[in-house]
Design a protein around this ligand. Sequence first.
Ligand SMILES: [Zn+2]
Length: 223
Amino acid sequence: MIRFRLFGFPVTVEPWHWAILAFCGGALGIKDGEDLLPVLLFMAAGAVSIIIHELGHALTMRLFGGQQVSIVLHGMGGHAICQGARFSRGQHILISLAGPLLQVACGLLVLVALIMSPDISSGATGLGASPVYRLLTSFIYVSLFWAVLNLIPVYPMDGGQILRGILGPRRIQLTLQISIGVAIFFGVFGLFYLKTFLLSIFMLFSVVENYKALKRTRTPGGW
Ligand SMILES: [Zn+2]
């Protein structure tokens, strides 16, 4: 467990976070020592990118008066947590948007810097990509992919939180039903078109969790 403070926020990185980053970075394909470096660079770039994402949420929470805000990176991604704060629906929407937007902005900034630095870009040619090139391209890839994934309207991802904010607490059942439908769509899309099991497993997990939450809303006092 790694713990540190960033802009005054306590940050905790749980061991499972490194495991999932290693898996996404291709750890299962490691055959020798040479294959290890790209995976480690992906893990470092991924952790920094996801911390930036959570920082976007945390800074907006603080802006709206949230106190005791902290950041946790876990096996499913990350969370910015605020103890006992009551935000309005509009503030909730802005807090949910701030994470992916800051992450995309940083990803695009690095992309522009990479395009404008022929010395680093040339690291992609020759016998193999240079470590700096690999680090920066991993950062861009994770930043854009993670932000777009999180904006998919599936509760409790950011897109689902925004949907909940727009529809309001009275239409929580509709939010969960839309989440289930969208998760099924992306699960099938991931499996048959993108040929990736990871997205489909994640969406299957979301379908189950949203279905359980939907059942709770139908039980008096359940939600
Ligand atoms: Zn987020």
